[in-house]
Design a protein around this ligand. Structure first.
Ligand SMILES: Nc1ncnc2c1ncn2[C@@H]1O[C@H](COP(=O)(O)OP(=O)(O)O)[C@@H](O)[C@H]1O
Ligand SMILES: Cc1ncc(COP(=O)(O)OP(=O)(O)O)c(N)n1
Length: 277
């Protein structure tokens, strides 16, 4: 029997199940890779204290990673919510000591429902310690803006320039997501030489909670299976677009993307891939 490729997510637990560790593990399962996790924080608002982020200790983070590494091993790793400078530094150390081939850094900062998922004083550590270790980083527009000293990004030309400038931080690939622009959902990939646009139709829905986590988890899953970065982005975008297309909600709040939709409905979107300059 051939065993599935192994992927670990180092991220926060999102109690509602749409984002974070929960979205990552659902995505791994759908894409038939063996999923593991390191929980960095538990996110859920307590009605009495109003506190919504409950960080885990460094010791707990290290222990989870060591356990997964010893019991299973890892072909790819992705990060999500890391919350503090201290956690970023520890995670950077763990990646450096390992021989993991594919590292996807999703520089999660603020959730769509405004949870603060990264402390402001952690951005420098993200730029200097973690991003240089990445195979690919996957910022959305607000995250790219934070990483580029508050430069606004309002159209595809600015999205492309952001990808070129973020490449200077040292990852092998940069994927800037343009889902918040108007018109088709266009993301830009840059590898230091080539700019590639990935375009999907815009889906008219508010139920996109966790779309970014799902996308980066799918990229990590495809990389773990040995797919090239460009193909991994294309297939992951197909997966997340289908998941957004079948997003739903149980309540009046913004709902999740539906991770099972490609398997259940099979309506994978054709992604337009265009090399540009
Ligand atoms: N309404 C939408 N329809 C289709 N694709 C979308 C939509 N919203 C976001 N996307 C895409 O979903 C993926 C994840 O986006 P996300 O991380 O939520 O950030 P952002 O939406 O800010 O780009 C990206 O490929 C983005 O282009
Ligand atoms: C615990 C946790 N991690 C990450 C996120 C952000 O998820 P993302 O997919 O970037 O998008 P939204 O959830 O903001 O739509 C989160 N909310 N919680």
């Amino acid at each position: 029997m051939e065993y599935p490729a192994r992927v670990i997510t180092i991220a926060g637990s999102a109690a509602g199940g749409s984002a974070g560790i929960q979205a990552d593990l659902k995505t791994f399962q759908e894409l038939d890779v063996y999923g593991m996790s390191v929980v960095t924080a538990i996110v859920g608002r307590h009605p009495k204290t109003n506190k919504n982020v409950h960080p885990q200790t460094i010791e707990a983070i290290e222990a989870q990673f060591e356990t997964a590494m010893k019991q299973v091993g890892m072909d790819a790793l992705k990060t999500g919510m890391l919350f503090s400078k201290e956690v970023i530094e520890v995670v950077a150390g763990l990646i450096k000591e390992s021989t993991i081939e594919s590292v996807v850094i999703d520089p999660v900062m603020v959730g769509k429902m405004d949870s603060k998922l990264l402390k402001e004083d952690a951005i420098e550590a993200m730029k200097k310690r973690l991003i240089p270790l990445a195979t690919i980083i996957t910022p959305n527009i607000p995250e790219a803006r934070f990483l580029l000293d508050d430069r606004p990004i309002t159209n595809v030309e600015e999205l492309k320039q952001a990808a070129i400038d973020l490449y200077e931080l040292g990852s092998k690939f940069v994927l800037v997501k343009g889902g918040r622009l108007e018109g088709p959902a266009i993301d830009v990939l840059y590898d230091g030489q080539n700019l590639t646009l990935f375009e999907a139709p815009r889906i008219d829905t508010v139920n996109t909670s966790g779309a970014g986590c799902t996308y980066s988890a799918a990229i990590a899953a495809y990389l773990a299976k040995g797919t090239t970065v460009e193909k991994a982005v294309e297939q992951a975008k197909q997966f997340v677009t289908t998941a957004i297309n079948h997003g739903f909600t149980y309540t009046e709040m913004v709902g999740p993307t539906y991770h099972a939709s490609q398997r259940k409905y099979g309506d994978a979107f054709q992604i337009k891939v265009e090399k540009t300059n």
